[in-house]
Design a protein. Structure first.
Length: 372
C-alpha cells in the first residue's frame, strides 16, 4: 500500500474514532458524579471536536467523501453498559489503549513526505493532545487500580464457576437422565465451591494484608531510626529510575524532611508495596464467591427449566461458551493481551474439560455395568 493510501486510511480511521470518542465522552460526562472529572471529560469533548474538524479538512482537501462516516452505536452502548456494570475504571483502561493506537498512528504520519508542513503541525498538535489524554487516563486508572484488580479476580472466579459446574453437570448426565437432579447436583457443587472460594480468598487476602502492614511498620521504624541511610537509598533508586544525580539528591533531601515520602518510596522500591493498595479481604472474598455462584448457575439453567437432558446438554454448553467468550474479552482488555487468543483459550478449555468429564462418566457407567 502506498503512503498516499496509508495517509487516507489513517485519516479516515482517525476521523471515525474521534466522532465516536466525542459521543462516548459526552455520555460519560453526564453520568460521572465527580464534577471535576466530568468537566475534564467535557474539555476532552471540545478538543476531540477540534480533531474532527482537522480530519474533515484534511480529507476534503484530498477529495475524499466523509458523509458516510459515523460511529458505531452498538459499540457506544457496550462501553456505557460496561461503565455501568464494572465502573469507569474499565472504560478508562479501554480508552488508554485507544490513545496509544492514535499516538502510534500520528507519529507515523509525521514521517510522510506527501503531507504538508502545516498539516504536520496540526498532527503534532493532535499528538500532544493525545499524549495529555493518555496521561490523564493513567491518572484516573490509578484511582480505580484496586477496583480493577478486584474485577480481574471476579472474572477469574466467574469463568472458574462456569467451567467447573458445566463439567460436573455434563458428567452427571452420564449417570442420570433427570434434568432437575442434574441441576441440583450441579448447584450443590457450585455452592460448595463458592464457600471454599470465600474462605480461601478471605484468609489469603487477610494474610497478605497482615504481612504488608507488618513490613510497612518495620519500614516506618527503620526510616525514623536511620534517615540518612535511607536517604542514600532513595537517591540510588531515583538514579536507577533515570533521574540525574542532582535531581535524585533533591528528592532524597525532600524525603528526609518528610518521613512519609521516604516510607512510601522504600516500601515501593524494596518490597513492591503501595500503602493505598493493601486490599480489602472481606470485599475481595465476597465478590469472588458471589460471581462464583453466578458462574455456577448459568450452565444449570436448561436443567432447572426441565429441558430433557439430551437437549439441555448442548444448550448448557452454548450458554457457558458464550459467557466464557464475554469473560475472555474482558480479561484480555484488563490484562492488555490479545482478545481473540484469550477468548479461544477460555472457550476451548471449557469445552474440552466438559467433554472429557462426560466421557469419563460414560466409561464409569459402562465399567459398573460390566462388573455387575
Amino acid at each position: 500500500m502506498s503512503k498516499n493510501s496509508i495517509e487516507i486510511q489513517y485519516a479516515l480511521d482517525s476521523l471515525t474514532m474521534e466522532i465516536w470518542v466525542v459521543e462516548l465522552f459526552s455520555n460519560l460526562a453526564k453520568r460521572i458524579k465527580n464534577e471535576e472529572r466530568s468537566q475534564t471529560l467535557q474539555h476532552f469533548v471540545e478538543e476531540e471536536k477540534g480533531h474532527c474538524d482537522f480530519w474533515l479538512k484534511f480529507l476534503k482537501k484530498r477529495n475524499i467523501e466523509t458523509k458516510h462516516i459515523g460511529y458505531s452505536n452498538l459499540k457506544l452502548q457496550l462501553y456505557l453498559l460496561l461503565a455501568r456494570i464494572f465502573g469507569f475504571g474499565l472504560v478508562y483502561k479501554l480508552m488508554e489503549r485507544n490513545e496509544r493506537v492514535a499516538i502510534k498512528r500520528f507519529s507515523e504520519m509525521l514521517t510522510f513526505d506527501n503531507i504538508t508542513d502545516i498539516e504536520k503541525k496540526g498532527i503534532q498538535n493532535l499528538l500532544e493532545d493525545e499524549l495529555k489524554h493518555e496521561e490523564q487516563f493513567e491518572e484516573y486508572e490509578k484511582l480505580y487500580k484496586f477496583y480493577i484488580n478486584r474485577v480481574q479476580t471476579i472474572l477469574t472466579q466467574l469463568s472458574g464457576g462456569l467451567v467447573s459446574v458445566l463439567s460436573i453437570s455434563i458428567g452427571v448426565t452420564g449417570v442420570s437422565q433427570d434434568p432437575i437432579a442434574v441441576g441440583i447436583t450441579g448447584l450443590i457443587v457450585g455452592l460448595s465451591s463458592s464457600v471454599n472460594t470465600f474462605t480461601l480468598f478471605y484468609f489469603l487476602a487477610r494474610t497478605q494484608r497482615y504481612v504488608k502492614e507488618k513490613i510497612l511498620g518495620r519500614v516506618k521504624v527503620a526510616v525514623n531510626i536511620a534517615p540518612d541511610v535511607y536517604a542514600e537509598r532513595v537517591s540510588g533508586y531515583m538514579i536507577e529510575n533515570g533521574f540525574s544525580a542532582e535531581t535524585s539528591s533533591r528528592i532524597a533531601d525532600e524525603a528526609k524532611r518528610d518521613p512519609s515520602i521516604m516510607e512510601r518510596i522504600i516500601a515501593d522500591e524494596e518490597y513492591g508495596i503501595k500503602p493505598e493498595a493493601l486490599g480489602d479481604p472481606y470485599g475481595t472474598a465476597f465478590y469472588s464467591s458471589i460471581f462464583r455462584v453466578f458462574g455456577s448457575i448459568i450452565p444449570l439453567t436448561p436443567y432447572f427449566l426441565g429441558v430433557p437432558v439430551m437437549s439441555a446438554i448442548p444448550l448448557s454448553v452454548v450458554l457457558t461458551l458464550l459467557m466464557l467468550a464475554v469473560v475472555g474479552v474482558l480479561v484480555a482488555l484488563f490484562a492488555e493481551i490479545d482478545v481473540k487468543e484469550k477468548v479461544i483459550d477460555l472457550t476451548m478449555s471449557g469445552f474440552l474439560l466438559a467433554t472429557l468429564t462426560f466421557i469419563i462418566s460414560k466409561l464409569a457407567v459402562q465399567l459398573k455395568t460390566s462388573l455387575l
